[in-house]
Design a protein around this ligand. Sequence first.
Ligand code: ADE
Ligand code: ZN
Length: 344
Amino acid sequence: MHPVPPVPAERLPALLAAMPKAELHIHIEGSLEPELIFALARRNGVALPYAGVEDLRRAYAFTNLQSFLDIYYAGASVLLQSQDFYDMAWAYLERAAADQVRRAEIFFDPQTHTARGVAMETVIDGLSRACRDAKRIGVDAELILCFLRHLSEEEAFDTLEQALPFRDRFIGVGLDSSEVGHPPEKFARVFAKCRQQGLHLVAHAGEEGPPAYVWAALDVLKVERIDHGVQSAQDPALMKRLAQDRIPLTVCPLSNLKLCVFPDLAQHNIRQLLDAGLCATINSDDPAYFGGYMNANFLQTFAATGLDAQHAYRLARNSFEGSFAEASAKKRYVEELDAVFAAA
Ligand code: ADE
Ligand code: ZN
């Protein structure tokens, strides 16, 4: 590993903000800020059950994952045209660029839109145009299609069929929405088909659900990364497996705080995961709803837990190594990271 120089505590926040990083866990519908929700509602003539931006923001007092998902799906109802998807993704990509995100692997939930009569092509067209344009602002952006796990495997198969004509515009598939009661096994056959298509595979597991869901995501779905995975710490054999196989965990500290997975950030287990040798990363999940994009997640987590410059380097490096970028791009990202730390 690159030797990390000691960095005085007062210089750590600037280093966290300036270091290049990859974001591997961002739901693009979770980047819809209330202002954009209302602007799109006006543009599309969609009625919302909230009086305005402030009224909507007041509803962001979540007690668990489901209490958030109900509002998140309501917010996405304003997205109708390709340009709406473009505008949403572009707003996120500009925030990512400002936070020195060099690579973003972006989740989208097509079933939230196709269920309202929006065509798969409309969704993918808008999002993929924004990803293509992001190169101009220094972000390599790719799409990962997520299946909603509260729906059936048959509906996931239908969704895959609708998306396959656009196979060249997304790099992988994931599994999100309500975790408890919807174990990975429910999607074994559709993930096997995605694997045959050469798609990358990831799944949310161990956010609120038990370690058994993380085992099943690895052994049944054969995923390459685990999204969240923080409940893995309850199972020493699982921790050993994740460390030995260097399975990346895309951890989202502010999300975990806002959805009451941990009572406060100081009690988050990110240090435990890193110190156990896991390839843990820091990500924003649904930044418009959880109060912060990438750098806010880094800054608040480091302030609350006392992580240091070694941890910062490790997290940024893990994010590049855990990404699905080509080897040559990973090498470039890590060289830039090393240069930033050498000058720190
Ligand atoms: N969809 C958007 N954010 C999610 C999360 N944190 N967990 C599961 N599904 C999600
Ligand atoms: Zn998520």
